[in-house]
Write a protein that binds this ligand. Structure first.
Ligand SMILES: NC(=O)c1ccc[n+]([C@@H]2O[C@H](COP(=O)([O-])OP(=O)(O)OC[C@H]3O[C@@H](n4cnc5c(N)ncnc54)[C@H](OP(=O)(O)O)[C@@H]3O)[C@@H](O)[C@H]2O)c1
Length: 290
């Protein structure tokens, strides 16, 4: 299936839907004797086979093991055919820390460059100007093709952009039917006005938005002949400047989530979900960021 593309006014284009890797190989720590590597690899390869071309990982995930798993899964794929994002952890945002982190990520991924490199989370102990200088150097060297951030507020995003030579393409934040902070804090509007992608992490709230039992979603699922997960993902992708990424190590879930593409909620139904979804929280409760 051809995955829908989204384009900024600047011309920067991304596949709207990506596969994430948080949890593959462990969470914050590399899991010893991890039993699911083959399953993760099969899910990543199935996602590729079904048309997914954008993949997301991070230095922090399983202490780099998620990057290794992704690298193994994509080993035989032409590099130019995929778009790979990774992230530098907040404790490594010093100039040398960024340069070293990127090299280590590339080694684990077995790749020569990243398509997009993100600051995983702000660290107010380290001047953002120092971090952006390192990102600019990596851009100049061609080791990264685009820069972005994650979990940045409007203010942090403005500060980062002010000291970067290159445009910030994307801010990855917690956003789904349940968690609305990007809307309530004006971040989505800021990204739309400033031509930056807002990438919604945790689009199905780790599976809870895949369940039946919320009437408004169940009604919508029945009307469109889709599942709750597909409704949740389609609602995000119908929004201006919004892209998203889900994690799954289950081939059936990968197929299901890709089925969120290729059709659209009617604008009135999307608006209904925006206004009437019964629980709306305006602060991320993610204790551990993926
Ligand atoms: N920048 C950040 O701070 C940050 C934070 C969190 C996440 N992220 C990125 O965003 C990606 C997605 O977020 P996430 O992994 O936290 O949450 P998510 O994609 O909302 O949910 C993933 C979980 O939901 C399950 N799932 C997925 N599709 C399903 C379906 N159709 N039916 C039933 N269960 C389903 C998966 O289980 P199965 O594997 O069994 O399918 C997995 O346990 C991450 O992998 C990561 O790359 C970034």
């Amino acid at each position: 299936m051809e995955i829908q593309m989204k384009k900024l006014a600047s011309g920067f284009t991304l596949p709207a839907l990506a596969l994430g890797t948080w949890g593959m190989g462990g969470r914050h720590e590399r899991m010893a004797d991890y039993p699911d590597e083959a399953k993760d690899i099969a899910a990543i390869q199935k996602a590729y086979e079904l048309g997914i071309r954008r993949f997301d990982t991070a230095q922090m995930y399983a202490e780099g093991y998620s990057e290794e798993i992704l690298g193994k899964a994509l080993h035989d794929v032409a590099r130019a055919d995929i778009f790979v994002t990774s992230k530098v952890s907040p404790e490594h945002l010093q100039y040398e820390g960024v340069i070293r982190s990127l090299e280590e990520s590339l080694e684990r991924l077995n790749m020569e460059y990243l398509d997009l490199y993100l600051i995983h989370k702000p660290n107010h102990e380290i001047p953002i100007s120092e971090t952006m200088k390192a990102f600019d150097a990596l851009m100049t060297q061609g080791r990264i093709k685009n820069i972005g951030v994650s979990n940045f507020s409007v203010e942090s995003l403005q500060e980062a952009q002010a000291c970067s030579m290159h445009p910030i393409r994307l801010n990855q934040v917690h956003y789904n039917l349940l968690f609305r902070e990007p809307v309530t804090k004006g971040l989505l509007a800021y990204c739309q006005q400033n031509d930056i992608f807002l990438e919604a992490w945790r689009p199905v709230q780790q599976g809870s938005l895949c369940q039946q039992g919320t009437k408004i979603v169940d009604d919508m699922a029945a009307k469109y002949g889709k599942t709750p997960a597909q409704i949740a993902i389609n609602w995000l992708l119908g929004q201006d400047h919004v892209v998203t990424l889900f994690k799954s190590s289950d081939i059936a879930h990968v197929k299901e989530n890709i089925g969120a593409l290729g059709w659209s909620l009617e604008p009135d139904d999307a608006a209904l979900l925006s206004h009437d979804f019964p629980i709306q929280l305006d602060r991320s409760n993610a204790v551990q960021l993926g």
